[in-house]
Design a protein around this ligand. Sequence first.
Ligand SMILES: Nc1ncnc2c1ncn2[C@@H]1O[C@H](COP(=O)(O)OP(=O)(O)OP(=O)(O)O)[C@@H](O)[C@H]1O
Ligand SMILES: [Mg+2]
Length: 262
Amino acid sequence: MEKNNKLKNVLARIKNKVLIFSGKGGVGKSTVAANLAFAFADRGMKVGLLDVDIHGPNLAKMLGVENERVYASDEHTIQPVIITKNLKLVSMAFLLQDETSPVIWRGPLKMKVIQQFLEDVAWGDIDWLVIDSPPGTGDEPLSIAQLIPATGAVIVTTPQEVSLLDSRKAVNFAKKLNLKILGVIENMSGLICPYCGKEIELFKKGGGERVSNEMGVPFLGRIPIEPEIVESSDNGKPFVLSNPESRASKAFKAIVEKILHK
Ligand SMILES: Nc1ncnc2c1ncn2[C@@H]1O[C@H](COP(=O)(O)OP(=O)(O)OP(=O)(O)O)[C@@H](O)[C@H]1O
Ligand SMILES: [Mg+2]
């Protein structure tokens, strides 16, 4: 009972919660989570980023803070890693001994650490908590759905049929668990040629919007493939801030506006 109150109190100070997830792996969830978080923060909002990908936490590296560690300010309070004035991050990566040791845990233990990442972290008063999940509809998004009722859900897909098929599962997962579906993002949607600026439909295009329409959920937008995104995330630089004029950055910012006006 006391535990539940603690979680409630923490969640009451977080205005909006959004879970980024997908049916398939490698579709760009972490990239989307990081860039949406930076875009919100850039608009002056206070943002927390929570990486619940326990087995493959990538956000710390993508944000250039992989050598940082969270610290406990007292017995029950974890201080998040400060990224910028408006952005803080908590990730399993900050608790690991080294980058190559796997975490070998079953569901209940994962749920427990995710609960701690919510209720024992000094998130403070924030406007957005952006949560990055591992691929699929497993323990981690399930834990979030159970711990944060009616949290917002953003489903990331790529345009290929195999990914679209799994994204339908992800949409149904969100519906079953009563998440507030904010919409679907089609990432890696067309490649902008770095030489001529023209668009190549590398993985086809438009499937994300089709799935959204079929399933009666909003479509948030398409993000093209841009080689600089890989460069930025490998080097721990926020793409939307370092390449503000690129088509992908404009797409990220348009998605943020759509989410804000929901
Ligand atoms: N629009 C894009 N253009 C170019 N590269 C991209 C784009 N989106 C993501 N990437 C790159 O693709 C790779 C996978 O992206 P990311 O790690 O964000 O996917 P993920 O869905 O989080 O993966 P996982 O399922 O393993 O958690 C990364 O190297 C990232 O930089
Ligand atoms: Mg990821």
